[in-house]
Design a protein around this ligand. Structure first.
Ligand SMILES: C[S@@+](CC[C@H](N)C(=O)[O-])C[C@H]1O[C@@H](n2cnc3c(N)ncnc32)[C@H](O)[C@@H]1O
Length: 209
């Protein structure tokens, strides 16, 4: 199944504001202070480009490849970052795209890994880890199912609602959240700085290869 975020693209920003206020963007950008010095980034599924724009502002020497399956989202991102020669946009399905081996010192995936089923992640995560040079950083901002208590219960309900919505609106193949951490760890990356919000429902985690 191929997801189609084009119809959602013009509404994504206000839907996010109405549902999570400023929290998702706080989560996307929380790791920026830890990405200083990165020069060559692969930014996956950034949608309308809000993280990418902030990343370019924070790291003036960085260039990026930005890959997204949605032409509509990519057009918004392109407009947002302007006519900079620092970003090469690519409309492609990450599940089938080629990535240069050890081509990047930064990979950024915000609310992107949650779009995939477990078998898809099993194939995708090692390919992305391979694209990272030794010492490179992988910034993952995403939803998580909290470990216990009411945040876990509320998380389950919220995730069920979100996946039902995204499957309907975008034909998203994933129907539930898969924890990517064991897969990333199995590729030899170590977890570093982590921030969480909403009792652990939102998490920004830095991985280092
Ligand atoms: C839930 S949105 C997240 C957008 C943004 N990263 C954010 O922080 O809100 C998922 C994004 O990933 C893209 N995407 C989903 N599946 C993809 C795939 N298989 N290959 C490339 N991009 C994909 C969508 O087009 C969309 O822009």
């Amino acid at each position: 199944m191929t997801p189609d975020f084009d119809a959602l693209a013009p509404h994504y920003r206000w839907l996010e504001a109405v549902t999570f206020g400023p929290l998702l963007h706080r989560c996307r950008t929380a790791l920026l202070p830890h990405l200083a010095g990165c020069r060559r980034a692969l930014v996956l599924g950034d949608g309308n480009g809000r993280f990418l724009a902030d990343l370019l502002r924070a790291n003036p020497d960085l260039t990026a490849d930005a890959l997204d399956i949605s032409p509509g989202m990519t057009a918004l991102a392109r407009r947002r970052v302007g006519g900079t020669g620092r970003v090469r946009f690519r409309v492609a399905d990450a599940r089938a795209a080629d990535f240069p081996r050890r081509g990047y010192d930064l990979i950024a995936t915000n609310f992107f890994l949650d779009c995939f089923t477990r078998p898809e992640l099993r194939r995708l995560v090692p390919r992305l880890a391979d694209a990272l040079e030794p010492g490179g950083r992988w910034a993952v901002g995403d939803f998580r199912l909290p470990d216990r208590g009411w945040p876990r219960l509320a998380g389950r309900v919220a995730l069920a609602g979100m996946y039902a919505f995204f499957r309907l609106a975008t034909r998203l193949p994933a129907g539930r959240l898969v924890d990517p951490d064991p897969l990333i760890r199995a590729c030899g990356l170590a977890p570093g700085h982590t921030d969480t919000w909403l009792g652990g429902f939102l998490s920004a985690r830095l991985w280092v290869k």
